[in-house]
Design a protein around this ligand. Structure first.
Ligand SMILES: [Zn+2]
Length: 95
């Protein structure tokens, strides 16, 4: 898996029902995957205008893009469930 640059901001849309999908193979959770691929501890939610602690690994695709890959970013519980488009700062992990 790859990660995006930490300075990028991408417009993302959460994958619906992601909460019932299994963690990526070999990881305890999506947040664990994000932490191990990026080598960082998840701090705050990656939604640009949110300051809550990140407790979830959100699963999202890029809006307005032909890129169909799924990306993981650290999110609070609320933002992990949002249905609108979100501005998310990197790094995101590309699955
Ligand atoms: Zn949030």
């Amino acid at each position: 898996m790859e990660m995006t640059d930490e300075n990028t901001v991408m417009v993302m849309k959460n994958v619906m029902s992601a909460s019932v999908l299994p963690a990526p193979e070999g990881y305890e959770s999506r947040l664990d995957c994000w932490e191990r691929i990026t080598g960082r501890k998840a701090g705050k939610c990656a939604h640009e205008i949110c300051n809550r602690p990140a407790t979830h690994g959100a699963l999202a695709v890029r809006a307005f893009s032909t890129d169909t890959a799924r990306y993981i970013f650290p999110a609070c519980e609320t933002c992990a469930r949002r249905t609108e488009m979100l501005y998310v700062h990197g790094p995101l992990v590309k699955m």
